[in-house]
Design a protein around this ligand. Structure first.
Ligand code: F6P
Length: 323
């Protein structure tokens, strides 16, 4: 039976979203389905900003960061009336299912649509890697490599001036980006939202690095940690005399979201797109498409919404052994 399927991206954009859009549209068209794109996430569903898309409409986007469909955070969609309007707009165009590409908040929205009886399949996409139901999400690999490049660059200037640098990375309430970029970048210390920071212990680590003759020290701070860049800088500046190093800090912020998607993220987005179309073809809805133990999987949305993926404590142990 010919299906009419719409796709949207919502929440924070993530490099690799375009690969997922391209894959959803092309795999859907190959099945003989009519495919639609929604502009600016849930906002576009509410305002009826929905148009038909074909194979050629997604040409030349796989290498681009961001999302060709645009994204938004939409408070109106959090209301029942907003969602009813969105469903009415889709029914008016004959659209019978929706693919939603996004992270935690976005998939809470898809779950609400599913609970109202509209067939939805989610695709796990956020640089934060905080979404349950997928070991890794679209955008993480690219964001991680951008953070790593920043670390490598900061180390160069830090060494020239014998300074300690604090680099704050994104991730909301999840420390994955901080932990993994910290390990890969050889950071002296990492602060994480999941683990309380002992600033005294951190100061001692920097002091020891200075006394051992290190030319620089690097601390990766997660934006959601109790000690983010601002708080750590304040603490270090008041303890400047015993640290040895002088201290500077950099907040990487949205730079992490703007990169050209890595090969990994393009392939992950492409695989997730096919996963979503195949789930719809099986009549499997109300699920999130993700990757668990290297396999493309589906997990019921009700099992993942409102949860944050826990950090792997083995990796935390590794980071401490290597500092
Ligand atoms: O969820 C992705 C993310 O980039 C977080 O890491 C960050 O805290 C947040 O979005 C920033 O949101 P906004 O783009 O709305 O400023």
């Amino acid at each position: 039976m010919t299906k009419k399927v719409a796709v949207l991206t919502s929440g924070g954009d993530a490099p690799g979203m375009n690969a997922a859009i391209r894959s959803v549209i092309r795999c859907g068209v190959r099945k003989g389905w009519q495919m639609f794109g929604v502009q600016h996430g849930y906002q576009g569903l509410i305002s009826g900003n929905i148009y038909e898309m074909n194979t050629r409409d997604v040409g030349g986007i796989i290498q681009r960061g961001g999302t060709m469909l645009g994204s938004a955070r939409c408070p109106e969609f959090m209301t029942v009336d907003g969602r009813k309007l969105a469903i009415r707009n889709m029914y008016q165009l004959g659209i019978d299912s929706l693919v939603v590409i996004g992270g935690n908040g976005t998939q809470t929205g898809s779950y609400e649509l599913h609970r109202m009886g509209f067939p939805v399949v989610g695709i796990a996409s956020t640089i934060d890697n905080d979404l349950c139901g997928s070991d890794i999400t679209i955008g993480v690999d690219t964001a991680l490599n951008i953070a790593l490049e920043a670390i490598d660059r900061l180390k160069v200037t830090a060494s020239s001036h014998q300074r300690a640098f604090i680099l704050e990375v994104m991730g909301r309430k999840c420390g994955y980006l901080a932990l993994m970029s910290g390990i890969a970048g050889g950071a002296e210390a990492i602060t994480l939202p999941e683990i309380p920071t002992d600033p005294e212990e951190l100061a001692q680590t920097l002091q020891a690095a200075y006394e051992h003759g290190k030319s620089h020290a690097l601390v990766v701070a997660a934006e959601g940690a109790d000690y983010n860049a601002a708080k750590l800088t304040e603490f270090f500046v008041t303890n400047r005399d015993r640290l040895g190093f002088s201290v500077r800090s950099t907040i990487l912020g949205h730079v992490q979201r703007g990169g050209t998607p890595s090969a990994y993220d393009r392939n992950l987005g492409s695989r997730f797109g096919l996963g979503a179309i195949e789930a719809l073809d099986r009549g499997e809805t109300g699920v999130l498409v993700g990757q668990i133990a290297s396999k493309i999987t589906t997990t019921p949305l009700e099992d993942i919404v409102g949860k944050t993926k826990a950090l792997d404590m083995e990796l935390v142990r590794l980071a401490k052994l290597l500092d």
